[in-house]
Design a protein. Structure first.
Length: 719
């Protein structure tokens, strides 16, 4: 019950106990009561705590201004207090609800008393906006603006104070995004759709339109400035719209990314993903070219798949996936694969191609794999490749490689460029695992399974000389292939040399050797010193030199023909420059054609036919300038097919000879240790010609005759 005394408050407040009781009850209602206001003991309405909270809530709700502004001007009608009026960049609201609706006069002096600047209130609302790309973080200085795609980036306000974070190149994608800055002075003509993006190049946001966008098709302000510039540490193809699903054609995106190597980054990373790059149709037209950019890296082993639509003429057509021109010390990884391979007309992709055009370069590392293509890795000299190398001609020095091929023409091919290389090759059903042409100073380890062509290793002097090649060949199950190793010349000038070749062979399971030249079965393991002209016709040369060939490692399986083991060596027609072949096996040869075969310190030669017209020759260059004492064993059989050795001669001689520094010399003395003859005994005479011991004879003139000559040095300066 209230007393309601009505006692005045002034001057010192009521001291009536009844007023104290009324005030206590009223205070309890103001704090805990459900109504928004209550009467004081004098009948004055007071806001309760509930009323104050509601008032604050209503005020906060009232600050939710509408996002569409009215532009200040005469006749503009403000219908609600939540509508804002924009004038000179500032926002205003109607102060009193009683003035709504308010028709503006357009005269600021008249209208301003009824309007109140709201500034930061609208700003807070804009900062909280997470749907409009022009609001939210876009209006906060030095903030990060997050957008979902490159297409959305194009509509951003061009502010230098922001960093723009693109979550993916395409909407919904998780790759290809990155951080961008607005560069107001960057020419829009530099647009490339990846690291420089002009906001005035139209883009649908679809991968099907990526090539046009990357090329800047439709640029509406080609002479303008201002672009979004990507912050890049390491390139990747997704930055330029690649998908990397092995279905979408990513050729344009990868090409654009590769073109930026050495410009904004030294490295491009493919993250071990697969990419489809469409058909290849033009011979020697590379997909991705890197020219005169030193120390670049292509990493992440990209698997590049193409459709092989190359022609069959000329032979060996190819398209390089990565072609590196005149660039020092590149590092390239690539896995190339095509949809088809025809070993009868080989063509297809080459994973990595190093090319010399204008200068000599050094260094490099290649890790490559090729399936159903032409090859994994090659180096080519373009300038004067068909003529002998001039010391000033460009070449590539000091590359290491590790490659693998499956169903390809070759693993590694080096054409007139590439000195000082070393590497490893793993091949399955390759035509040629290793194919060095006119290069020097190589070490190559080969693991070959089921090779399919003429020679697993083909060492060729085309126009340039070849020297210092070391090959370790592990070959298994060569079914229908020809020689595991061929060493040959091919040119019209006939003046090339092949010297200091070392072969370490481990060959097993070789069957069904085929016929390469009519009437000539390819049972041998190493073909040495053949000479062809530029058209590929076998010929006799008087000037080509093949010398110091070292062959180690006897084959594990040998064919048998009519009870005689097949020869390991296939030697060419006699030349005037026969060299030496060092072996650690016993071989069967009808003739060594002027070559000297050296086995364990024993110098051997064999001549077919009459010694009078075709003498046996043994190269003794290691024995001059002084000469020495030699034990010479000669075996002559009048008919190599007659195992009864009728009309044969076997003799052993001690020969003392002298030679000067030019190899000229003479026989000082000959002592016959033993001599055995059957039938008519032919005669044998020894002489020294240009450092070569020559055995001639008479009395055995049949074309079927053969002569074996074995020479062992016994004394002199040699041991």
């Amino acid at each position: 019950m209230r007393f309601n005394t009505g006692n005045p408050v002034e001057p010192d407040g009521s001291i009536d106990p009844r007023d104290l009781l009324d005030n206590a009850a009223i205070a309890d209602l103001l704090i805990n009561g459900p109504l928004s206001e209550y009467l004081s003991r004098l009948g004055v309405p007071l806001k309760s705590w509930q009323g104050i909270m509601q008032q604050v809530t209503d005020h906060l709700i009232a600050q939710g201004y509408e996002s569409v502004y009215l532009v200040y001007g005469a006749g503009v009608i403000v219908q609600r207090q939540t509508q804002l009026v924009q004038r000179d960049g500032e926002l205003y609201r109607v102060m009193n609800a009683s003035d709504v609706p308010l028709t503006l006069t357009g005269t600021w002096a008249t209208d301003s008393p009824k309007l109140q600047a709201v500034g930061d209130a609208a700003l807070r609302q804009e900062v909280q906006n997470n749907t409009d790309p022009t609001k939210g973080s876009a209006i906060v200085g030095r903030s990060t603006v997050v957008v979902s795609s490159v297409k959305d980036l194009l509509s951003q306000s061009p502010l230098t104070k922001n960093i723009f974070l693109v979550t993916g190149y395409y909407s919904g994608a998780k790759v290809g995004g990155g951080r961008f800055l607005w560069a107001p002075t960057t020419q829009r003509s530099l647009h490339n759709g990846g690291d420089i993006i002009s906001p005035t190049v139209p883009f649908s946001g679809l991968q099907s339109d990526i090539a046009s966008f990357l090329a800047g098709v439709g640029e509406t302000a080609p002479g303008g400035t201002g672009c979004f510039v990507r912050l890049v540490e390491k390139l990747d193809p997704w930055m330029y719209g690649a998908v990397g699903d092995d279905v979408a054609n990513d050729l344009a995106s990868i090409a654009k990314a590769v073109s930026r190597l050495g410009v904004i980054s030294k490295t491009i990373d493919f993250r071990n993903q697969s990419f489809y790059c469409g058909p290849i149709t033009v011979n020697e037209a590379a997909l991705f070219t890197i020219t005169e950019k030193d120390n670049i890296r292509v990493e992440g082993m990209p698997k590049i798949r193409v459709d092989n639509q190359l022609g069959t003429s000329p032979a060996l057509q190819y398209t390089s996936i990565f072609e590196v021109i005149d660039s020092n010390d590149p590092y390239i990884e690539c896995h190339a694969i095509s949809d088809s391979h025809d070993k009868s007309a080989p063509r297809g992709p080459v994973a990595v191609n190093f090319k010399n055009v204008s200068k000599t370069v050094r260094g490099g590392r290649v890790v490559a794999l090729c399936e159903k293509g032409l090859g994994a890795f090659q180096t080519r000299r373009i300038k004067d490749a068909a003529i002998k190398r001039d010391p000033l001609d460009p070449t590539w020095h000091g590359v290491t490689y590790e490659v693998e091929v499956v169903d390809c023409e070759y693993g590694v091919r080096l054409v007139a460029s590439g000195d000082g290389y070393q590497g490893r090759i793993k091949s399955l059903r390759a035509g040629r695992s290793f194919f060095p042409v006119g290069v020097n100073n190589h070490i190559c380890h080969i693991d070959s399974e089921a090779p399919e062509l003429i020679s697993d290793v083909l060492i060729k002097a085309y126009a340039d000389n070849v020297e210092n090649i070391v090959v370790f060949l592990n070959q298994r199950n060569a079914d229908g292939a020809a020689w595991p190793v061929t060493i040959e010349h091919q040119n019209n000038t006939g003046d090339t040399s092949i010297t200091n070749i070392q072969l370490y062979l481990n060959i097993t399971g070789r069957v069904n050797s085929r016929v390469f030249v009519t009437g000539e079965t390819t049972k041998e393991y190493v073909r040495v010193g053949s000479v062809f002209n530029s058209s590929g016709t076998l010929q006799t040369s008087t000037t080509c030199i093949t010398d110091n060939i070292f062959i180690r490692g006897a084959p594990k399986s040998l064919g048998v023909v009519t009870g005689i083991r097949d020869p390991i060596l296939n030697l060419p027609t006699a030349t005037t420059n026969p060299g030496r072949i060092f072996v650690d096996f016993i071989d069967t040869q009808r003739t060594t054609n002027g070559f000297t075969i050296i086995n364990g310190g024993i110098f051997k030669a064999k001549a077919a036919g009459s010694l009078a017209t075709n003498p046996a020759r043994v190269d003794l260059r290691d024995c001059y300038p002084s000469g020495g004492t030699f034990f010479v064993e000669t075996h002559l059989n009048a008919n190599f097919a007659d195992n009864t050795m009728a009309n044969s001669l076997s003799r052993g001689d001690l020969i003392l000879l002298a030679m000067d520094s030019a190899g000229a010399g003479s026989i000082i003395g000959t002592t016959s240790i033993y001599s055995h003859a059957r039938g008519t005994a032919p005669t044998v005479t020894f002489s020294v010609v240009s450092g070569t011991l020559v055995a001639t004879g008479a009395g055995s003139t049949a074309s079927s005759a053969e002569t074996n000559l074995c020479v062992q040095p016994l004394g002199g300066r040699f041991i």
